[in-house]
Design a protein around this ligand. Structure first.
Ligand SMILES: C[S@@+](CC[C@H](N)C(=O)[O-])C[C@H]1O[C@@H](n2cnc3c(N)ncnc32)[C@H](O)[C@@H]1O
Length: 282
């Protein structure tokens, strides 16, 4: 079989499972097996695709047919132009989460300061690690209730060469006790309301960790706890960056005000939902 035939075969199989990205997914799977970036696949279409690889391809197709996300199949997801190692114990980093990094960076005049960062619910470590790569003198702590997530975040901090400035700890948010204060607190916490968990796409529902999604009845349980915590352990003029869910902005904005945190900036989706916000401690 040739590479282009392997792609056509995979596409055909994926189409049968109503996969709307069957062409793209098949190119990604075939590129992965021949170890080249997907963008280069068009220069390899007439090359041989071995029998062994065809068997491996069938296994990957079966996983995708069973709705497993491509990122888990490849153990990789790009975030802030960097490849992060991931597996099913962590949430797949999402493009909208990159906005948290944008918001923070755009409000820092000096990117070479010795800043202390806390990332709550660090998962793969994608937020903290990306910030540390941009803020070359900053240090950070990433905490997560999931032990497995902490292992993954540590792996990524080593591959991204920020491990000397990053500490990852297996701590429950409810048990955080820090005697020092932070310049930046960032979090993409679980924020889905209980009712919406039933209606998730199968890719998410069957494969992504529930602990990364469930945010309580209205979805704001963690967000409120983080704001409460930030009011105690964020320095005056420090930055708090949060990702929030649909219809949560009003409640969150109100609580930020009560806790003397002022909203500096926000990011609104096309559907008018605020997805990320940046606040400062007064
Ligand atoms: C939405 S995921 C975000 C992961 C990563 N920061 C990202 O943006 O891709 C939320 C994370 O919070 C963690 N988490 C859930 N409950 C927690 C708790 N009580 N204390 C600390 N972390 C928690 C989950 O394990 C998960 O990794």
């Amino acid at each position: 079989m040739l590479v282009n035939e392997a792609i056509a075969f995979a596409e055909q199989e994926l189409k049968k499972s109503n996969n709307l990205n069957s062409r793209l997914d098949s190119e990604i799977l075939v590129s992965h097996l021949i170890n080249i970036p997907r963008e280069s696949i068009y220069s390899k279409l007439k090359e041989n695709f071995s029998h062994n690889k065809t068997e491996e391809l069938q296994k990957l197709i079966n996983r995708r047919v069973n709705k497993e996300p491509i990122a888990y199949i490849l153990n990789n997801k790009e975030f802030w132009s960097t490849n992060f190692y991931i597996d099913r114990s962590v949430l797949i980093p999402r493009p909208e989460t990159e906005v948290l990094i944008d918001l923070i960076l755009s409000h820092l005049n000096n990117k070479k300061l010795f800043l202390n960062i806390l990332d709550i619910g660090t998962g793969s470590g994608c937020i903290l690690i990306s910030l540390l790569k941009e803020l070359i003198k900053a240090k950070g702590i990433g905490i997560d209730k999931s032990k497995k997530a902490i292992t993954i975040a540590k792996i990524n901090s080593v591959s991204q060469k920020v491990y000397t400035r990053a500490l990852f700890k297996n701590i429950n948010l409810e048990e955080i006790k820090f005697d020092k204060k932070f310049d930046i607190i960032v979090s993409n916490p679980p924020y889905l309301p209980d009712v919406s968990l039933k209606n998730l796409n199968l890719d998410i529902k069957l494969y992504e960790p529930k602990i990364a999604l469930q945010g309580g009845v209205q979805g704001v349980d963690f967000l409120l706890k983080i704001i409460e915590l930030a009011s105690k352990i964020l320095k005056i003029n420090g930055l708090l960056a949060l990702e929030i869910g649909d219809n949560q902005f009003y409640v969150i904005a109100k609580y930020l005000k009560i806790k003397r945190l002022k909203i500096l900036d926000k990011y609104t989706l096309i559907n008018k939902q605020v997805r990320c916000l940046l606040a400062t401690k007064l």
